[in-house]
Design a protein around this ligand. Structure first.
Ligand code: BEZ
Length: 211
């Protein structure tokens, strides 16, 4: 069955642009992880995406997130393409890209959608927590480049909600008000949020973002 949210992310070994990973789980260690696939090396949208992830790498680092890309191209192809990414996007690859020529990892994670392409991976993103469980999955078609600033926003939400009994509302960004989850009673909320909250409906309680 395909990987689903809260499943343990399948472990694997793989060849990458930064050398072999013998166990994905060990490579992640205590960090969060982003594993994302792109359809093919030397293609325009993918070139812009990998340049953008390289530009945002310090933001992933700040959040204790390790990033790894993947396509079914071999490692020497990734290495040659890396020169084009640096030249055209102004950011050199600074994270590993898996060479999944035998499609082992792509198949483990369901990154090949046969009605889109039998041969290439779609644009999948998996965010994995330090407990190795899948926290987020999104899939884009080959023709649409992803918004990796949105992935950072989701990671901010995931990291906040992992620590506090809150959820984040539509379009939430770091520092904005959050929502007390329905499973927390008003009595418990008074202990957790002594500075109070706003009750718009009994099920919609808005509180300042916990520190
Ligand atoms: C691209 O990255 O530009 C791309 C890859 C596969 C199909 C269409 C576009």
């Amino acid at each position: 069955m395909a990987v689903q949210i809260n499943d343990v992310a399948p472990d694997f070994s793989a060849d990458t642009t930064e050398g072999p990973i013998s166990s994905f789980h060990s490579w992640l260690g205590e960090s969060w992880g982003v594993l994302f696939s792109h359809p093919k090396d030397f293609t325009p949208v993918c070139t812009t995406e990998l340049g953008e992830v390289a530009r945002l790498k310090p933001e992933f680092d700040k959040r204790n997130v390790k990033v790894v890309g993947l396509s079914v191209d071999p490692s020497d192809s990734h290495q040659k393409w890396a020169e084009d990414i640096r030249e055209t996007q102004g950011h050199a690859l600074n994270f590993p890209v898996i060479a999944d020529a035998d499609k082992k990892v792509s198949n483990l994670y369901g990154m090949i959608h046969p009605n889109a392409s039998d041969t290439f991976t779609v644009r999948s993103v998996f965010v994995i927590g330090p407990d190795k469980k899948v926290k987020l999955m999104i899939t884009y078609p080959a023709s649409t480049g992803r918004n990796f600033v949105e992935i950072l926003r989701v990671i901010d939400s995931l990291q906040l909600t992992a620590k506090h009994s809150v959820a984040t509302p539509v379009n939430w960004k770091q520092g904005e008000d959050v929502i007390i989850v329905p499973s927390v009673s008003d009595e418990d909320a008074r202990k957790k949020f002594p500075e109070g909250w706003k009750t718009l409906k009994p099920y919609l309680r808005v509180v300042s973002q916990p520190k």
